[in-house]
Design a protein around this ligand. Structure first.
Ligand code: HEM
Length: 196
C-alpha cells in the first residue's frame, strides 16, 4: 500500500508540475503525452489500491486502520508536547499523516476526475476544480518533503525506514520510540541503550 501510493504520487507530482509550470512544460514540450502519463498513472494507482484491498492482506490492513483510528490520551499529549508521551506502533504524527494522506488522495481523485470529465461534458466543468487540485498539490508537496526528511534524514526517526523497506526495526529502537508497541513483544526486554 505504501509503495503503490508513494510511486504513484511521485509520477503524478512530476507530470502534474510539468502541466502546471510553463517553464517545465516548455522544457519537456510534449503536453499531450504528459497529460496521458498523468491520467493513466492516476487510473493505475486507483486500480492498484483496489487490487491490494481485494487480494492483499486484508486483516493487516484492518489492523493498521484500527491503530490509526485509535487516538488516545497519550496521542493527544504527544501532539501537545511534541513528543514525550508513550506511543504505539504508529505515533500520533504518523496517524495524522495517514489520515491527511487518505483524505487528500480522495480529493485529488474527485477533482482530477472532474478535470478530465469536464473536458468531455462542459456541465461538469467547475471554476474551482483546478484551484482545489493545485492547492492539494502545494500542501501535499510540503507534507511530502517533511515526510522524506523524517524518514531519511532526521537521526532519531530515520530508522523507521527499515520497517517500511525491510519489514523490521531494532527492538531497542522500538522500545525507546514506540514503547507501548514494544511492550507487546513476546521476547525478553532489550538492555542496549540504542537510539538508532
Ligand atoms: C487520482 C488522482 C488524480 C487524477 C485523476 C488527476 C487528474 C488530473 C487531470 C485530468 C488534470 C488536467 C490535465 C490538463 O488538462 O491539463 C490534472 C492536472 C494536474 N494535476 Fe492531477 N490528478 C490526480 C492526482 C494528482 C496528484 C497526486 C498531483 C500532485 C501531487 C497532481 C497534480 C496536478 C497538477 C499540478 C496539475 C496541473 C493543474 C493546472 O494546470 O493548474 N494531480 N490532474
Amino acid at each position: 500500500m505504501h509503495w503503490v501510493h508513494a510511486s504513484a504520487f511521485v509520477v503524478l507530482l512530476v507530470s502534474g508540475l510539468c502541466l502546471y509550470l510553463p517553464s517545465l512544460a516548455e522544457i519537456v514540450g510534449r503536453r499531450p503525452l504528459l497529460k496521458s502519463i498523468h491520467v493513466y498513472t492516476a487510473v493505475g494507482w486507483l486500480a492498484a489500491l483496489v487490487v491490494i484491498v481485494v487480494v492483499g492482506d486484508r486483516a493487516a490492513l484492518r489492523r493498521t486502520a484500527r491503530e490509526i483510528d485509535m487516538f488516545d490520551r497519550d496521542d493527544r499529549a504527544w501532539l501537545a508536547r511534541r513528543g514525550g508521551a508513550p506511543q504505539g506502533r504508529l505515533n500520533a504524527g504518523q496517524k495524522l499523516n495517514a489520515v491527511v494522506t487518505a483524505v487528500f488522495a480522495l480529493l485529488f481523485a474527485v477533482t482530477g476526475f472532474f478535470l478530465w470529465y469536464g473536458e468531455r461534458d462542459t456541465r461538469f466543468r467547475f471554476a474551482q476544480t483546478v484551484l482545489i487540485h493545485d492547492w492539494l498539490m502545494y500542501v501535499s508537496f510540503v507534507l511530502f518533503v517533511g515526510h522524506l526528511y523524517l524518514s531519511v534524514v532526521h537521526p532519531t526517526t530515520r530508522h523507521a525506514l527499515s520497517g517500511i523497506t525491510r519489514g523490521w526495526v531494532h527492538e531497542a529502537w522500538a522500545a525507546r520510540h514506540h514503547p507501548k508497541w514494544a511492550a507487546t513483544f513476546d521476547v525478553p526486554r532489550p538492555t542496549v541503550d540504542d537510539d538508532r
